[in-house]
Design a protein. Structure first.
Length: 115
């Protein structure tokens, strides 16, 4: 069983920055890829960023160049540095990992960007 706990969300003005964290309970966290997804009100959950176990990354076009995903395997923690935030980035942000055939999700953290 894996528990994922996000933190770091909040209210920020457009152009500002936030850093999200996701703490994983499992010591083998470092063996697996991790993702950030987000869900805005009335919209479906969408992919934001992915990082492999060895640090390769991929991003949605909408956040490329503004967001950076990273991980600290020694701390079992995933991060999302979000810069140049826009009102359209407002959403609940979730971390995710798939281990075998099981998807694990955190409870989400709210990010609100005011114009």
């Amino acid at each position: 069983q894996v528990q994922l706990v996000e933190s770091g969300g909040g209210l920020v003005q457009a152009g500002g920055s936030l850093r999200l964290s996701c703490a994983a309970s499992r010591r083998t966290f470092s063996n697996y890829g991790m993702d950030w997804f987000r869900q805005a009100p009335g919209k479906e959950r969408e992919f934001v960023a992915h990082i492999t176990w060895d640090g390769s990354t991929a991003y949605a076009d909408s956040v490329k160049g503004r967001f950076t995903i990273s991980r600290d395997n020694a701390k079992n923690t995933l991060y999302l540095q979000m810069n140049s935030l826009k009102p359209e980035d407002t959403a609940v942000y979730y971390c995710h990992s798939r281990i075998g055939s099981t998807d694990y999700w955190g409870q989400g953290t709210q990010v609100t960007v005011s114009s």
